[in-house]
Write a protein that binds this ligand. Structure first.
Ligand code: G1P
Length: 285
């Protein structure tokens, strides 16, 4: 079945990024002139996604406004003859069909995914976590869709990380099936470096199938603390094949100050309007 829908989770508190995230969503922080969440939407749309559901929460209304039309601003830009800006502003709302659901309590990313169940229905879909931005030729989520189209099983985005950082990630062990492609044998969420030999880390991009919702529903009552998507993958692995694909491209953790600044530097160097100026500035440092 064609992947038409994507879930983008934007309900996080952004605690690693305080105080700037106290009263604004972390996914609305800019990378040069577009908020992080717009890069995720563009990634999904380039990969053929038509409908996007955001899992939001308290204090996230600016995300809804960003993907809506803005009559006053459009009128003003029209009056002033600012056609390029007008096209940009209008284009954002036209990129896809947008839907919003609120996660009432911060009960984990699995709980957030579960909130979209009746919207997603009985079809496979893409999932994009708000922190992970990948700069690549082929959109990262499209790379996963290509694997899904071949195997029709869930697919998880992977990247190699330094071994002393494995405890920040879901880590998989797998059998290499081809270039960058793994059939997953084991999934451990945030292991200590001594608990795994692997350095293949999960990044927040996935293709999930309806069975994941069944697992999440089943686990909901029994998991202590937060319900993670990882919990569902670990369960599903007992009976089904899961695939991992080492993404081609450069990944940035934009939920982290350093990762965000790295993304900002790289994206501004590539920006057609300011790239040269930024380069000169850095050379003079
Ligand atoms: C989540 C996932 C983890 C993954 C990470 C990637 O963790 O649970 O498996 O490696 O995203 O960004 P979080 O960073 O939300 O704690």
């Amino acid at each position: 079945m064609k992947i038409r829908k994507a879930i983008i989770t934007v309900a996080g508190f952004g605690t690693r990024f305080l105080p700037v995230t106290k009263a604004q969503p972390k996914s609305m922080l800019p990378l040069v002139d577009k908020p992080i969440v717009q890069y995720l939407v563009e990634e999904a749309v380039k990969a053929g996604i038509e409908q996007i559901i955001f899992v939001t929460g308290k204090g996230k209304r600016s995300i809804e406004d960003h993907f809506d039309s803005h009559f006053e601003l459009e009128y003003l830009l029209e009056q002033k003859g600012k056609e390029e800006a007008l096209a940009q502003v209008r284009g954002i709302a036209d990129m896809a069909e947008f839907f919003f659901v609120r996660q009432r309590y911060a009960r984990g990313n699995g709980d957030a995914i579960l909130a979209t169940r009746s919207f997603i229905g009985d079809e496979p879909c893409a999932v994009l976590f708000e922190d992970d931005i990948v700069a690549s030729e082929v959109p990262a989520i499209q790379q996963l869709i290509q694997v899904y189209n071949k195997y029709q099983d869930p697919v998880i985005a992977l990247t190699r990380v330094p071994h002393d950082e494995v405890s920040k990630y879901g880590i998989i062990e797998g059998t290499e099936m081809g270039t960058r492609l793994f059939e997953i044998n084991q999934f451990v969420e945030k292991p200590k470096p001594t608990e795994t030999q692997s350095d293949l880390a999960v990044i927040g991009k996935y293709i999930i199938t309806p069975q994941i919702f069944d697992e999440l529903e089943r686990l909901k009552g029994s998991v202590k603390g937060e319900l993670g998507l990882d919990n569902a993958f670990i369960e599903l692995l007992k009976t089904k094949s899961l695939y991992g694909y080492e993404i081609e491209g450069k990944r940035y953790d934009c939920g982290d100050k350093l990762g965000y600044i790295q993304a900002m530097i790289d994206f501004s160097l590539k920006h057609p309007e300011i790239g040269e100026g930024v380069k000169k500035h850095i050379q003079q440092l």
